[in-house]
Design a protein around this ligand. Structure first.
Ligand code: ZN
Ligand code: ZN
Length: 112
């Protein structure tokens, strides 16, 4: 699946101070990812526990300090409270999109 244009980012924009991240995907889709959504759906075991479906966990620090690319399949974020254990695969990020097109059918996939 490495060559699926739907899960291949061509550009990641996270302007300092902004509360939203944008990802351009290779299929032309432009994803809107508010920090609140990214943090709330942090896929790490600490945030999600081990109970099946993914859930929104409110209350985390929303200051996105750092973005690291992990291999060629995921991004890792460091938040203002130093939480950085979430590995957001491109497939997962794509499922979190909040653009006008995706938001109506928003249903985050189970974190891989
Ligand atoms: Zn987490
Ligand atoms: Zn979208």
């Amino acid at each position: 699946m490495a060559d699926d244009p739907k899960t291949e980012p061509t550009n990641v924009k996270a302007p300092h101070g902004a509360r939203v991240m944008e990802i351009d995907w290779a299929d032309g889709h432009k994803a809107i990812l508010p920090h609140e959504i990214l943090r709330g759906y942090c896929p790490c075991a600490h945030c999600q526990g081990h109970g099946g479906t993914i859930k929104f966990v409110p209350g985390g620090d929303l200051d996105l300090r750092d973005i690291q690319q992990v291999g060629n399949y995921a991004l890792q974020f460091t938040w203002g409270d130093r939480h950085d254990s979430g590995l957001y695969t491109y497939r997962y990020l794509r499922s979190l999109c909040q653009c006008d097109e995706c938001k109506p059918s928003f249903d985050p996939m189970r974190a891989p």
